[in-house]
Design a protein around this ligand. Structure first.
Ligand SMILES: [Fe+2]
Length: 275
């Protein structure tokens, strides 16, 4: 009797395992597991973004490209990566790079002409990356900004300390109808421990522009952790290459294989392609 019972159990087990194997094979064949495979994939290029929002391609005026040949090389590389347009954003810092925002359009025209002569199809718009420094209140009152698109204004904060009055400055800018973009928020590590400041800025409508290269750990582990947190909490609306030189192009190629970045680019939440 026991032997018959054992045989019956064995048969039931055999039938079950055979059925389970067949079922699993069938599901795999139907591609139900292909979602996981796709999620792990990266990007082939950045064409889905269309426009790069942040770079330093006007020669000789900041710590980016130092000559026209380098600017053209970088533009060619960005075009090869799938971009159809760049918004180049030279530093405007009173002490270090005291660039006159009223002269940037003429300087950009020189780059446009050289790019056209070289046969580059990539479009060039110019904005600026304005540092919130000690004279920022004067800059606000005099309107000394170079915006792009429909009054978008790119600002950056110091890396080492929270600038005095930053929240008031941002509020003032919004009251003056600037659409304020915060450059690479993942690099402001003084807010990394207590992230409420980031959440407050988002609540107040500040646009976060993260650097693509932060997704590779290029700037450091803490910057990577922060950009990951922003991405997971849907806080990033713009992505920038922040290209200063060929070293950044090399990292952009590495970033293509980041599943986290690919997921963000394909999420439909990034507005680069509206520019
Ligand atoms: Fe920059």
């Amino acid at each position: 009797m026991n032997l018959i019972k054992t045989m019956q159990h064995t048969n039931i087990w055999l039938i079950f395992t055979t059925f389970a194997t067949a079922f699993t094979t069938q599901i795999k064949g139907m591609g139900i597991f292909s979602f996981k495979t796709k999620k792990a994939q990266g990007l082939s290029d950045f064409s889905a973004l269309k426009t790069d929002i942040h770079s330093h391609l006007i020669p000789g005026i900041d710590d980016g490209s130092q000559d026209m040949d380098t600017s053209l090389l970088l533009l060619q590389e960005l075009q090869n990566l799938g971009y159809r347009k760049v918004i180049t954003t030279p530093h405007v810092k009173n002490e270090v790079f005291p660039n006159d925002v009223n002269k940037l359009e003429d300087l950009a025209n020189n780059v446009r002409k050289a790019a056209a002569q070289k046969g580059l199809a990539i479009e060039i718009e110019v904005g600026a990356e304005h540092l919130v420094d000690e004279d920022f209140h004067k800059r606000i009152s005099e309107g000394l900004f170079k915006t792009f698109g429909d009054n978008y204004l790119l600002i950056e904060l110091p890396f080492m300390y929270v600038p005095f009055g930053v929240n008031e400055y941002l509020f003032d800018l919004q009251c003056k109808n600037y659409k304020v973009i915060l450059a690479h928020p993942e690099r402001y590590l003084y807010w990394a421990e207590d992230k409420r400041q980031f959440a407050d800025l988002k609540d107040r409508g500040i646009i976060f522009q993260s650097n693509i290269n932060s997704f590779t750990g290029y700037y450091g582990r803490q910057e990577y952790n922060l950009v990951k947190w922003f991405a997971e909490n849907n806080m990033i609306e713009m992505l920038g290459s922040d290209t200063h030189g060929i070293r950044h192009i090399e990292v952009l190629h590495k970033a293509l294989s980041s599943p986290l970045l690919a997921g963000l680019v394909n999420s439909g939440k990034i507005i680069n392609n509206q520019f």
